[in-house]
Design a protein around this ligand. Structure first.
Ligand code: KMH
Ligand code: ZN
Length: 303
């Protein structure tokens, strides 16, 4: 039997119920960070009418999702024709509007659409978001290629540090985990000091969205890193259950799935957040508030 602590209580990780021999117990539970990715760059508004594409639609969605339990919003924006854009003025206005109307951590996508060039993806940071996505490698993306060569990854990461933007490392494949280690080894810790990753699983061409792959990817992450996971399309639910059981956080939203169940389209991002929040509650890891998420991720107060 392990020695008791000075206060006479069993050491952390042991069962302290009266009459119980010391034995391992589950790690301390923590809340669940829920990120909503409401729009993405791939779905067409004409095919998915519930997709938020205008600033008004995005702000309304953000408010609903915060009320449902989201703490972070991962943002792609659209132009007047509902096409993906990285227009800097629009991005800046979007950051301002989301800050005005919600407490959510505003994370801009630097991935954009597969057709976006590196210069405009780097310039996203000039819109001064709280946080940004940073994909750690190239991946086949359906019939396309989502291009993230090492020099671009390095430049983007260096720029996040210069501008004080907290990166979330997007990992679409196991090789991306290796690149994350290389990046941290070469350039050091991110702004905010904490490494948070998002496993994007089930993209055709990336790692599959299942529990075995999730466990393998998580076991390769840097020590101390936290992580979310999202499964694209029909891998949404298996990945969500696997992430919760493995102690991870959740990303949901219409960027990743437009079906709520077989044959039943998603009607709003909020219903995806509500479902994630309900499962998190069931797992006794309730949704984190935005201020708790700021502390976890090292995102400082509003600039
Ligand atoms: N739209 C994808 C090509 C990100 O936001 O950083 C890339 C993507 C990743 O969605
Ligand atoms: Zn995205």
């Amino acid at each position: 039997m392990t020695n008791p602590t000075p206060a006479g209580r069993p050491a952390a990780g042991q069962d302290d119920r009266p009459g119980q021999a010391a034995r391992p117990r589950a790690p301390a539970q923590h809340g669940t960070l829920i990120t909503v990715a409401p729009t993405g760059a791939e779905s067409l508004k004409s095919a998915v009418p519930a997709l938020p594409v205008t600033l008004d639609e995005l702000v309304t969605t953000a408010k609903e999702c915060q009320a449902a339990g989201a703490a972070v919003i991962h943002v792609h924006i659209r132009d007047d024709r509902a096409q993906p854009t990285l227009d800097l003025a629009r991005l800046t206005d979007t950051v301002a509007a989301l800050r005005e109307s919600t407490d959510l951590i505003v994370q801009l996508s630097t991935g954009g659409a597969v057709t976006d060039g590196f210069a405009s993806r780097l310039a996203v940071l000039d819109a001064a978001p709280d946080a940004c996505s940073l994909t750690c490698g190239t991946v086949n993306f359906g019939d396309e290629v989502f291009s993230n060569p090492w020099p671009f990854i390095r430049d983007l990461y260096a720029r996040t540090k210069e501008l004080g933007v907290v990166p979330e490392f997007e990992l679409f494949d196991l090789g991306h985990v290796a690149t994350l280690h290389r990046l941290l080894g070469d350039l050091g810790a991110p702004h905010g000091g904490h490494v948070h990753c998002d496993l994007v699983m089930g993209v055709p061409g990336g790692m599959p969205g299942n529990a075995a792959t999730l466990v393998q990817a998580v076991s390769a992450l840097p020590p101390g890193a936290t992580w979310s996971a999202t499964g694209i399309g029909r891998t949404t639910l298996p990945v969500m259950f696997a992430a919760l059981s493995a102690g991870g956080h959740l990303r949901v939203g219409m960027e990743d799935t437009v079906s709520f169940a077989r044959g039943r389209p998603v009607t709003s991002n909020a219903e995806l957040v509500e479902r994630a929040a309900a499962l998190a509650e069931l797992a006794q890891r309730p949704p984190m508030r935005p201020d708790e998420a700021r502390t976890l991720l090292g995102v400082s107060g509003r600039r």
